[in-house]
Each structure stands twice: as structure tokens, then as C-alpha cells.
Design a protein around this ligand. Structure first.
Ligand code: SAH
Length: 388
């Protein structure tokens, strides 16, 4: 593990929070709501042009500043030298406020995995992870500060929800890390960010409008957005059925990942508490409808937890639920979180689970455990605990 140069953190400001739009299963702290500042990534190109005009600037300036941010991944207004200084100051003041202040960046896996901890304008902390592979570069981003879904094996779930992130706070994580990748920092990988997974902190479908807008921005061609392919975006959910159904109607061909973790309601009620509201059968129905609408294969996430959900009979039951469906199972060796009573399944148990699923004709892989040493692996993101 290497510690990268760190920007000194500011003292903790009074935490403020807004109630999430989701279904918080834990109490949402209430306080004075100070929304994040507006940023160009919150607006489409027409909205930015309208704002430029309001500021007394020519509307094409909005395209210029957008080209810097989305096209060249330049975030520092001082480097936007093709804009006259006065215009630049006015536009940057209105459209490029600092949303994310890096508190700490860490690398492992020989530099192929990097975790960034950010401080937001109100002192909230969130994390993102950049992962380089020979053929692609993926960022794992957060959609909320904390999470209200309370899954007992997930570090983020333990502290509850602080607040939803704004569209720009979500997009800026990807743009910032796309810039890191573009600098050649991820050795042995392409320099261009290609994939985004909403598998960081938070439940993306509990912050629905902002997440959808963020997806639109990530996929719009530059300079409106980052120009990623919809197929290279994965939205992961605990299974908020109404939101899954709404997502199917958005005409977005993003990959849906469903965090199933158990094939039976008795166990899933415990591992994914939202199952008490929407049962396994209902959530799978919504997944199949999503697949029918979009033509996309659904990714079924299943954390392998020793002696909890890894029994051969559960593999067989899962196989029966998924046979003949457009689904792919991603088994995630549990990343133990501090204080947890649970551990990952032993490898022979994992292999038998895979064997049974494949025997049922279900496409199955085991996720690599990138970022484990820097607490950057799935379910390990818990910014509050690593804060100074
Ligand atoms: N809230 C969303 C996305 C965030 S987590 C969701 O639940 O889908 C991304 C994935 O990591 C989810 O499948 C989640 O269940 C899984 N995960 C959480 N904690 C984990 C842990 N400790 N070990 C392995 N996977 C974990």
C-alpha cells in the first residue's frame, strides 16, 4: 500500500443533512440544509448557455468551459486560457465551484487500484475507487453520503444516511478520476476512462432523479457530458422495486445490478432489510422486466458469507430462480468489515457454489477483490471511519 500526497483536510464543519428521497431504514439526521453549490455538471448544455447569457456572457462561452471540463478533463479555471480573464472568473464562479476536496488518495495492486476520499462542501465524506485493467478503466462512485439501507455486512450501511449527493457531486467523482487516468497514472491500462459503476457509497435508486441525471451527463457526448457508453454504466441496487420499474422506462441501456445475496426471503430479510418490503420474487420480476425492456442482461450480486448464505441448497435454489433468465451471477467474496461477525466463504465452498450454478445453466463468475488493502473493496467504503 502506498500513501499518495495528501491535501491537508480542513476542520470538520457542522454536519448538515437533507432527508433522502429514499426509504431510510435508519433515522436521517436533521439539521440546516445547505444544498451543494450549482455546478455545470448539474445542467445540460442549453442550461449552461442560458446561465452564461444571464451572467451577461456570450452563450458560446458555456460550450468553451464545458469543453475544458468534460472534453479535456481540465478542472482549474486558471488553465482555461482561451477565455478572457473577466469572463473566465465570472463563469467559473457560477459554474465551477469546488465540490470535492481530496482528503486522501491511496493506491494498491501496484497502482492499478486507487481510492480517493473526498470532503464535500458541508463536511460530508465520500469515497470513490479507480480500477485499471489491461483493457479498460473503471470508476466506482458514490451516490449518497452514507446509506439508509442498513445491510448488516456492509460498512457504509452501519452509519446510516447523511444525505443525497447532487448530480454534479456524482459526476465530478468520475471526471476527476478520468483526469487521473488520463495522466497515465494507472500503469498498464488505457488512459481513457471507459466504465462507471454505482457501487460506492449509497443506494443509487434512493437518490433517483439525481442519479438518472448523472447517468445522462456521463453518457452525453462532449462537451455536454463525458461521452461514455450507456452499456458501460452499471447501476447497482438493493432492489427498490418501484424505482427499478421506473428505470426500465428511461430509455437508458445501462446495466442493472441487483444485490440479491440470498435466494430465500427468510435470509434476505436479514441480509438486505429492504426485502421486508419487496420480496425475492417481486424483485426478480422487476429485474426480468428491466431486462425485457432494455435487452440487457441483469447482474445478480451475491456476497459469499461463510455458513450464512453459501450452502449447496441455496446454490441450487438460486439456480432454479435464474435458469433460463438473462442473468449473470457475480459472486463477491465477502470483504469483512470492522466489528463484523461474518467472514468470506472458504474457497472450496465457493467453488462448489459456482459449480452448482453453472450446472443449472447460469453464467457465473467470482469478482476479484480489488482494493482490499486500502479498504476500497466492495462494502468497505466507510468514509466517516477513516476521517482524520
Ligand atoms: N446500494 C447499492 C450499491 C452499493 S454496494 C447496492 O446495494 O447494490 C455494491 C455491492 O457491494 C452490493 O452488491 C453490496 O451488497 C456489496 N457489498 C456490500 N458490502 C459488502 C461486503 N462487505 N463484502 C462484499 N460485498 C459487499
Amino acid at each position: 500500500m502506498t500513501s499518495l500526497p495528501m491535501i491537508p483536510s480542513r476542520p470538520e464543519s457542522a454536519a448538515t443533512a437533507e432527508p433522502g428521497a429514499g426509504i431510510p431504514l435508519r433515522p436521517v439526521p436533521r439539521g440546516r440544509v445547505v444544498p451543494p453549490p450549482r455546478h455545470l455538471a448539474d445542467l445540460d448544455l442549453a442550461g449552461r448557455a442560458a446561465l452564461a447569457t444571464e451572467l451577461g456572457e456570450r452563450s458560446f462561452r458555456a460550450r468553451q468551459i464545458s469543453t475544458h471540463y468534460f472534453g479535456r478533463l481540465v478542472r482549474d479555471p486558471a488553465a482555461m486560457t482561451d477565455l478572457p480573464a473577466a469572463s473566465r472568473d465570472r463563469l467559473a464562479g457560477a459554474l465551477l465551484p469546488t465540490l470535492l476536496t481530496p482528503v486522501r488518495e491511496m493506491a494498491c495492486d501496484d497502482g492499478a487500484t486507487r481510492k480517493a476520499l473526498w470532503r464535500l462542501h458541508d463536511g460530508s465524506l465520500v469515497e470513490s475507487v479507480l480500477m485499471g485493467y489491461p483493457d479498460r478503466v473503471t470508476v466506482c462512485i458514490s451516490s449518497q453520503a452514507g446509506c439508509g439501507m442498513a445491510c448488516p455486512f456492509c460498512a457504509t450501511g452501519q452509519a446510516g444516511l447523511t444525505r443525497n449527493l447532487s448530480t454534479a457531486e456524482i459526476v465530478d467523482q468520475a471526471v476527476y478520476l478520468a483526469g487521473v487516468a488520463a495522466s497515465g497514472a494507472v500503469v498498464g491500462s488505457p488512459a481513457r476512462l471507459s466504465h462507471v459503476v454505482f457501487m460506492g457509497m449509497g443506494e443509487p435508486l434512493a437518490n433517483y432523479p439525481r442519479v438518472i441525471e448523472a447517468v445522462r451527463r456521463l453518457c452525453a457526448p462532449a462537451p455536454e457530458g463525458l461521452g461514455l457508453s450507456q452499456r458501460h454504466i452499471t447501476v447497482s441496487t438493493v432492489g427498490l422495486v418501484p424505482a427499478m420499474r421506473r428505470l426500465a422506462g428511461e430509455e437508458l441501456a445501462v446495466t442493472l445490478a441487483l444485490s440479491l445475496h440470498a435466494p430465500d426471503d427468510e435470509l434476505r430479510d436479514e441480509l438486505v432489510p429492504v426485502n421486508q418490503r419487496w420480496k425475492v420474487a417481486e424483485v426478480l420480476d422487476a429485474a426480468w422486466d428491466y431486462s425485457a425492456h432494455t435487452g440487457r442482461r441483469v447482474s445478480i450480486e451475491y456476497a459469499m458469507i461463510r455458513d450464512v448464505n453459501d450452502q449447496p441448497w441455496r446454490a441450487d435454489l438460486l439456480g432454479r430462480l435464474l435458469t433460463g433468465r438473462r442473468a449473470h451471477v457475480n459472486l463477491i467474496p465477502l470483504n469483512p468489515t470492522p466489528g463484523s461477525r461474518w467472514d468470506a466463504s472458504p474457497k472450496p465452498v465457493e467453488r462448489e457454489f459456482v459449480r452448482r450454478l453453472r450446472a443449472a445453466g447460469v453464467s457465473t463468475t467470482v469478482r476479484d477483490t480489488r482494493g482490499r488493502e486500502i479498504d476500497g473493496a466492495c462494502g468497505q467504503l466507510a468514509a466517516a471511519e477513516v476521517a482524520e
